[in-house]
Write a protein that binds this ligand. Structure first.
Ligand code: URA
Length: 205
């Protein structure tokens, strides 16, 4: 059996030429997950955005900057986390010179799970943290109401321990500064809860 790092590289290579759904046609490249192959925490977003699509790396755009700030406040080192997305291609609609983000549909999320499943199988994180509903549904395999289930450990599909929280881009879209601050603080609290849950799993192992 190959070493986990070799396996993950092989999966990433295969994903780079993925044409399983039509999203590859409008995207620059597959944006595969990144981080230590033995990460205790895997954070899963929705899909790469415009900047991630161009750079080929997850969470390097505006949502990634919010996530970085929230992780820093929660005492989480980005270098120790495996960051990925439920969908590996940027779904967008060209509008003039811009490319507008479009939400992936159920079929696209389902088909793309082939890559997410393999990332989870190789990394085997202690905890999966879903950012936003798309990632939560992809991981839980059922509908999820974030406001009801955020911040506590729940069972994802196949019994994997997981948590859900909001997507950082939802904070960016809030028009009121006060609401943005409150939502950011709640995201930090959820990340801290994830750190605690990982420590608890490690102590029990
Ligand atoms: N939003 C996501 O869900 N993932 C990224 O990588 C960037 C923005």
């Amino acid at each position: 059996m190959a070493a986990p790092a070799t396996l993950l590289k092989a999966v990433a290579k295969e994903a780079a030429s993925c044409t399983l759904c039509p999203l590859y046609r409008n995207a620059t490249q597959t944006v595969f997950g990144e981080g230590p192959v033995k990460a205790a925490l895997m954070i899963v977003g929705e899909q790469p955005g415009d900047q991630e699509d161009l750079a080929g790396h997850p969470f390097v755009g505006p949502a990634g900057k919010i996530l970085d700030r929230a992780m820093a406040e929660a005492g989480l080192d980005r270098q120790k986390v495996y960051l990925t997305n439920a969908v590996k291609h940027f779904k967008n609609e060209p509008r003039g010179k811009k490319r507008l983000h479009k939400k992936p549909n159920r079929y696209e999320v389902e088909v793309c799970r082939v890559w997410l499943r393999q990332e989870i199988e190789v990394v085997r994180p202690q905890l999966l943290l879903a950012l936003g509903v798309t990632a939560a549904v992809a991981l839980a395999g059922r509908s999820v109401v974030l406001s009801k289930e955020r911040g506590k450990v729940i069972a994802f599909a196949d019994g994997q321990p997981g948590m859900v929280t909001v997507h950082p881009s939802s904070i960016l879209r809030m028009p009121e500064q006060e609401a943005r601050h409150a939502a950011f603080a709640a995201l930090v609290a959820d990340l801290k809860a994830a750190v605690k849950a990982v420590a608890k799993q490690a102590a029990a192992a």
